[in-house]
Design a protein. Sequence first.
Length: 570
Amino acid sequence: MVPPCFFGRPTTQGIEGEIMNCGKQVIESALFGLTFDGRMNLKEMRLKREKYAFQRPSRYLISGEEAGVENVKRVGDCLRAQLRSKTAQAELIIGGGKKVSIQIKVQARRPIENIEISFPFPEDMTMIRTEEMPVGDEVPIEISGFTVQSSFVDVGASVLMFGTRSKQLYFSSSKFIKTRHGMSLSWNWEPKAPFPTEYITPELYFDVFDSEEKAIEDYEKWIEKTFAVKQKENNPFLSHWLHDTRLILYIDFWLPVGDIAHTYQDAINLVKELRAMGVPPGTILVLSGWHWKYDGHFPEYWPPQELGGAKDFRALIELTLESGYHAMPHVNHHGFDPELPSFKEFSQYQSVDAYGNKRQHPEPGVQHPSFPIAYMDLAAEPMRKYLLDKLIKPVREFGIDALYLDQFSLTTNTPTHHLAGEIKLLEELRANTPGVLFGGEIVGHESTLGMAPLLLIENVSKVIHSFAEYRDGAIYETRLKTYLTKRWHFRHLKLASDYYYLCPMWHVIPAVPGKYSWLYYRYISEVGFERAFRASQDLADELGLIKTLRLNYREYGIDPLSRKEIEKIL
């Protein structure tokens, strides 16, 4: 929505066309205000009765080019100004009223890749200990694996929520930057590809709340009204048994290096032992590397002879279901192994980014211990149908009732409608496999909230696995920015938990050594498996996550430390 003074004449304060040559102008709502000088430098921010003054300049950039400010005018409840760079001109609109908002209308001689604003920001935050933050450090505001349009931070005694509320798909990035003059907030709008030469940014809103809970509640009302998503208690995509799930076990089968950590028979023996222990129904076994070496041979999903073949896999699924448990094989619904002979037929459907580069993992030049994965365009019907058939076949053949969709809702800026294609694939998969629960690790857009109702939180699992220790309320480990507090890392957990059941991703620390896919050894090598395991489990319990363990069953059975954790839920 464009502020009311964008096109029309004001009906209240101000006179259209009044150019500000000097003095300050305040744009405000009841609880929040911004004061600018005649060059649109932010001079003061007000949250309720608290005021923060700034002396450093603001910045406006269009496609990376600095834009100068001209013709600042007061128009009703808005400030309007012209921005001009070497290749573009724009109108900046900062509006007040119910909420303070910022919007920019751009016309350019070349495609608009991004629009960025950078304002001074108060250092009076407790989520980030700004006094410990080195000059030059940057802190992304987006949470890894959980991308929504708005975020919040505490400033003084208030909670400031800022971000956009757009049904239109675009891509934002924001960060706090420590400069030698203090903190700055940078907000970047990236239009959906192909990049246009004319663009109106979604409005960037600022609003003040008494608590994080009230800020999240306000945001959720908008999400549910706009995208018709439902919280987990009423989520039609959620299998009823997930409400009772109290234990998740990660089992590695065929590792990327070629070693076999477990066979299907090993997993069968595990299920028998879980039954003998009295482990309750609803328990989930996530099967990693079940169809080939982990992260390879997508989308050829079929049990290989090296692990026991179709006969043993069928026996595993049947015993799991008979026990009231649920096997969740790992798949990648938009991934294709480019080394497979069948890839040649579909290579034309490999997705590209906004600059025409083919989307793949790992990216060119990046050292990564996994197999290459080409990301395919799910908006292309022949490609989507082929991948869909590959997913449906093992589900129907073996009676699988849960799938882990790796990188579901991975929202990348592509010239096609990839996100819409991804949602359509999930809807078609659900229609062809009724009753199957989907799990995922990414929330890339509000429209996908709850579609894969078991969420493996990437940020949480990385923090658990790599850091898992606190010092004065902050997660401590030398490679982490220790001025970031636990509250900062998990500030969106309440929002996520309203739509998902949560557990850490499979980076979670096992209690014993062994062969695992995707295990970060740095923290473990410093403190040992037992201490790292206990710290990670304590953190997961504190966060209210489903009890999640990673077993080396072939060598240790259910090891004593893991057994004690399982006994907690009996």
